[in-house]
Design a protein around this ligand. Structure first.
Ligand SMILES: C[S@@+](CC[C@H](N)C(=O)[O-])C[C@H]1O[C@@H](n2cnc3c(N)ncnc32)[C@H](O)[C@@H]1O
Length: 189
């Protein structure tokens, strides 16, 4: 039997797996160790395209290693730039985008995603997103800077027009208040 809700990353993968199909275009805003990029690449298939951003060279190398090992590197463009610069690199429609906020596991814990740049990247992704397109986020509030990032992000996404966006939050209500959680945004078609 399938075990659901094991972690917020598992939940985000579940949503993405449900949504993505061969030939789609997807963006990983935070490549990190490449787990999300690999999932996107696997789901969009050889006819699809994935763009993955990170500001750390080490993260991109780790992601590349993972993709090569899985035979998925051909459909992925790794971009050594902040996700807030998304529109400099992508101008065509996208089907989905994933953010995994905070710091890179096993990496430098002081390099974290920040409210202004996260929201700028989110806004850029929202403009490129096709009708019914999906944005999935894993949000961490337990590290320094995490709660502030969520406060800004929540202010922005909770104010999105109901007739244009479905915005959901999925959290574990029997875990501590500072446990990570998921956000999903779907553009109404
Ligand atoms: C939680 S990790 C991502 C984990 C990753 N998705 C995975 O599957 O392993 C967050 C990543 O965001 C990156 N990051 C921080 N600020 C960024 C920015 N402005 N643009 C792109 N990436 C950024 C960090 O370098 C870090 O690698």
């Amino acid at each position: 039997m399938t075990s659901l809700f094991t972690s917020p990353v598992a939940v985000s993968h579940w949503w993405l797996k449900e949504f993505l199909a061969p030939g789609m275009v997807a963006v990983d805003a935070t490549a990190g160790n490449g787990y999300d990029t690999a999932l996107l690449a696997e789901r969009v298939g050889p006819s699809g395209r994935v763009f993955a951003f990170d500001i750390q060279q080490e993260a991109l190398e780790e992601t590349k290693k993972r993709l090569v090992k899985l035979g998925l590197a051909d459909r992925v463009r790794l971009i050594a730039a902040g996700h807030e610069r998304l529109l400099e690199y992508i101008q065509s429609p996208i089907n989905a985008m994933v953010f995994n906020l905070g710091y890179r596991p096993r990496g430098d814990k002081t390099i974290i995603t920040r409210p202004e740049t996260t929201i700028e990247a989110l806004k850029a992704g929202m403009t490129l997103l096709v009708p019914n397109g999906l944005i999935v986020m894993t949000v961490y509030v337990g590290h320094p800077g995490g709660a502030e990032e969520w406060t800004s992000l929540e202010r922005f996404i909770a104010g999105l027009p109901t007739e244009e966006w479905r915005v959901v939050k999925l959290r574990f209500i029997n875990r501590p208040e500072h446990a990570p959680f998921n956000i999903g945004l779907q553009k109404i078609g």
